[in-house]
Design a protein around this ligand. Structure first.
Ligand code: MN
Length: 245
């Protein structure tokens, strides 16, 4: 199984989580929210063939952490994976919208200069603006829209821009997320949890809870058990084959 967007470093007991993921042979993209967290978070994956650590600067932290952009630039050559990055148009983050745009655009430009990265992207209430910037930087890499929640029109644009989509249990619980899933090409979908930020019935999601998303996907697609897992595994291999590392 694959969790393409989780925050291993933010669980209270990350080492135990890593051991359990190893035991279950889970593939993980461990995203970070600040450049200064990347080095230590990468160490969590030491020795694990199936965990990669993405270098990120979360849009909600853009104001507080924009001073870490030089560190972001310095670390970028060490990884093929970037995230969590993007824009957040929710009211509580509007006051520093311009800083968010500056940070996201800076990152897309650097990814372009470094030959393109696999990017895990946050676009809450900002899918239109995120897509405009991805369109402006077409060589920034492979964008994976994490927990996409935009309009159908934006989804269609994202598909045209060759975006991928990581979908999780929380997204697929709501009618909106389920309807979006139906419109995403089956060969561009990968599972995620966004743990530990997400929970179901007050239980924090663990990376292996991608199983819950797989069951929802099979139900929405009308497939039998195991089919989504196999297809997503195939998608994942396709995605990483595009990667030079
Ligand atoms: Mn996240």
């Amino acid at each position: 199984m694959i969790d393409l967007h989780c925050h291993l470093d933010l669980y209270p007991n990350p080492k135990d989580i890593v051991s359990e993921c190893e035991r279950r042979k889970l593939y993980i993209l461990s995203v970070t929210t600040t450049p200064s967290a990347w080095r230590e978070t990468s160490k969590l994956a030491n020795g694990s063939k199936r965990i990669r650590t993405a270098l990120g600067l979360h849009p909600q932290l853009a104001k507080e952490r924009s001073g870490e952009l030089p560190l972001f630039d310095a670390l970028l050559k060490e990884t093929q994976y970037v995230g969590e990055i993007g824009l957040d148009g929710s009211p509580e983050f509007q006051s520093f919208w311009n800083i968010q745009v500056r940070v996201f655009e800076h990152i897309l430009k650097k990814c372009t200069d470094d030959g393109g990265k696999i990017m895990s992207i946050h676009s809450r209430r900002a899918s239109k603006e995120v897509l405009e910037l991805l369109e402006k930087y077409p060589s920034s890499g492979i964008p994976i829209l994490h927990w996409f929640s935009g309009t159908v029109r934006d989804l269609e644009k994202a598909i045209d821009l060759d975006c991928w989509f990581s979908v999780g249990p929380a997204m697929l619980r709501g009618e909106k997320g389920r309807n979006l899933l139906k419109r995403i090409p089956k060969n561009r979908i990968i599972t995620e949890t966004d743990g530990p930020f997400t929970s179901i019935e007050e239980k924090t999601l663990m990376p292996w809870d991608v199983e819950i998303a797989l069951a929802s996907i099979e139900q929405i697609w009308g497939r039998t058990s195991g089919e989504a897992k196999e297809l997503i595994r195939h998608n994942f291999e396709n995605l990483i084959s595009k990667n030079s590392l």
